[in-house]
Design a protein around this ligand. Structure first.
Ligand code: SER
Length: 315
């Protein structure tokens, strides 16, 4: 990877991936693209920036050519809860972004990273120690896009030799840009609400386990996988990775240990409840550990300390 293009760079992962990749590959070798004007304006203060509608393949191709790109990071997606409000739009954006990325990766021989998700699994998947290779019949349009995307990416690899790689991200906890429209968003929102109002009302049922990852580990995962020796990769699209798994109750207990007067209650969102119940409790990430050395560093206590510290400074 020498010349990198990140599309959807203004989102939760993109805004932190851009400076991270700049640090590793050089400022001039990272191009940040997003559709939204406010994001483009914000990103242009810290990166080479392009306004780009990834669904417009001609505009996308022009950017790939202009910067002589050799690795595309496709971070464009409508997340799970938003997707349920408009499934046709979710399919159009999520699959359109991927299909155009694959076509250009094939044409210009670039590597391609596209995140998959715990959302690729569904009710019939074993929920505990969910294996790398198992039943994938998701119950959301987001998950349907992720499974289709995994298949399509593997197809482009085996059929055309396109260097496609991916991880199944759990909920990502971070203190930069906010996530939007996901089922795991509660695990970020709670920190802001507790620090501002000492009170958080949670939309997820109290005993629902979901896998989570702290952003520094997520950024490491992306570069580690993209730099991994291809001869060691038995899998490609996509690897289970995880770092922690907890319920809202368990997370709130950790926060309460640090902020004893914080108050938590629940107003369960039925759509999010159904989605979170259909997802794994905890993934088995042995293949990622064996094939490319996945080795996350953050546990729940270190993450909670760091989130409270960084967000209180920000507020
Ligand atoms: N964070 C995503 C969501 O909740 C899952 O990948 O939709």
């Amino acid at each position: 990877m020498k010349r990198i293009l990140i599309v959807g760079a203004g989102g939760q992962i993109g805004t932190e991936l851009v400076p991270y990749l700049q640090k590793h590959y050089g400022y001039d070798n990272v191009v940040a693209a997003d559709l939204r004007d406010d994001m483009v304006a914000k990103m242009s203060e810290m990166a080479i920036t392009e306004k780009l509608d990834i669904l417009d393949i001609n505009a996308f191709e022009a950017v790939v050519k202009k910067y002589n790109i050799d690795a595309i990071f496709n971070m464009v997606a409508l997340l799970s809860a938003t997707g349920e409000k408009n499934p046709e739009l979710a399919w159009k954006i999520n699959m359109g972004a991927l299909l155009n990325s694959l076509a250009l990766a094939k044409e210009y021989k670039t590597a391609l990273f596209t995140p998959s998700s715990i959302g690729a699994f569904g009710e019939n998947t074993p929920h505990d120690d969910t294996p790398q290779d198992t039943v994938m019949r998701p119950n959301t349009i987001y998950g349907v896009c992720k499974v289709s995307g995994e298949l399509l990416s593997d197809y482009y690899f085996t059929r055309f030799g396109v260097d496609t790689r991916s991880v199944r991200f759990p909920g990502i906890i971070s203190n930069g840009a906010l996530p939007g429209g996901g089922t795991t968003d509660y695990a970020v929102e709670v920190f802001y609400e507790v620090l501002k109002h000492k009170h958080y009302t949670c939309p997820i049922p109290p005993d629902t386990y979901m896998d989570m990852l702290y952003m520094p580990d997520a950024l490491n995962a992306i570069t580690q996988l993209m730099e991994a020796d291809p001869t060691k990769l038995v899998h490609r699209n996509s690897f289970n990775i995880t770092c922690m798994s907890f319920t809202p109750t368990q997370l709130f207990e950790k926060i309460k240990q640090r902020i004893p007067d914080a108050v938590f209650d629940y107003d369960v969102d039925p759509v999010k409840a159904q989605i979170s119940a259909s997802w794994p409790n905890k993934l088995d990430d042995t293949c990622a550990r064996e094939e490319w050395g996945w080795n996350p560093q953050w546990d729940i206590d270190a993450m909670v300390d760091d989130m409270l510290d960084k967000i209180s400074k920000k507020l």
